[in-house]
Design a protein around this ligand. Structure first.
Ligand code: ADP
Ligand code: 5GP
Length: 221
């Protein structure tokens, strides 16, 4: 896949973690935490997995059947897609590109295979890996969530053992020990990117124009 051109756009954040490490909780939390600082768009993926209790079609995922998913692959609708835990998951162009083009930041929750593909396609993307504090915590969280059947939990735990070793592909690692601390760390990464001079040019221009208009004497003259 060729590199996508992102000049002048919002920032793209790629977030991966073993299932149950807390990605969804962190993403939900950070969008509320930084709401006053401007929107962070969540890229709603397509999946062939069935909805869990409480999940809403179009908000958490676009839930589709295998035929619809294959049709989207054939129509080149995805930036990336992968088979994860026996189901298909994909990030559509539509879920990402229009928002970036409008200058908004976008966060994508995706597995390590998909993240590595998007890192190549979007070299300016910021990649973050979330680790649970330990294996027993992951077991507890997956069980405690109570939304996957025992076979799915076992599958997710087995996959987690190789997923965590892919952390080296990512620029940032957050250990999700204490939720408040981990959530602050994620917010810090997103907010730091927003303070870059290049991101703030139109705001800077407004401040400078305001000074121009105020017409004060130049102390050097
Ligand atoms: P993921 O999206 O990575 O699969 P979730 O966000 O659904 O994971 O989190 C899995 C479970 O762990 C949820 O029940 C969530 O409330 C819990 N959880 C998330 N972060 C923490 C944390 N720091 N400490 C304790 N429990 C957590
Ligand atoms: P879950 O079924 O627990 O919601 O997600 C299972 C796995 O699929 C997680 O690792 C999650 O990050 C990943 N995933 C969710 N959406 C996408 C996507 O659009 N693309 C890819 N490659 N993985 C995804």
């Amino acid at each position: 896949m060729s590199s996508e051109h992102l000049s002048g756009s919002g920032d793209l954040f790629l977030l991966s973690a073993p299932s149950g490490a807390g990605k969804t909780t962190l993403i939900h939390g950070i969008r509320e935490r930084i709401a006053d600082e401007g929107e962070l768009v969540f890229s709603v993926s397509h999946t062939t997995r069935g909805p869990r209790a409480g999940e809403v079609d179009g908000r958490d995922y676009h839930f589709v059947d295998a035929a619809a998913f294959q049709q989207m692959i054939a129509g080149d609708a995805f930036l990336e897609w992968a088979e994860v835990h026996g189901n298909y998951y994909g990030t559509s162009r539509q879920a990402v590109i229009p928002f970036l083009a409008a200058g908004l930041d976008v966060i994508v929750d995706l597995d390590v295979q998909g993240a590595e593909r998007l890192m190549h396609a979007f070299p300016t993307a910021h990649s973050i890996f979330v680790l649970p504090p330990g294996y027993a915590d992951l077991v507890r969280r997956l069980g405690g969530r109570g939304l996957d059947d025992p076979e799915q939990v076992a599958r997710r735990l087995a996959v987690s053992r190789w997923e965590i070793r892919r952390y080296e592909s990512y620029q940032y690692v957050i250990v999700n020990d204490d939720l408040e601390r981990a959530s602050r760390a994620l917010a810090a990464i997103v907010l730091e990117k927003r303070q870059r001079r290049a991101r703030q040019q139109s705001r800077i221009d407004r401040v400078l124009a305001d000074f121009e208009r105020s017409g004060g004497a130049d102390p050097g003259s």
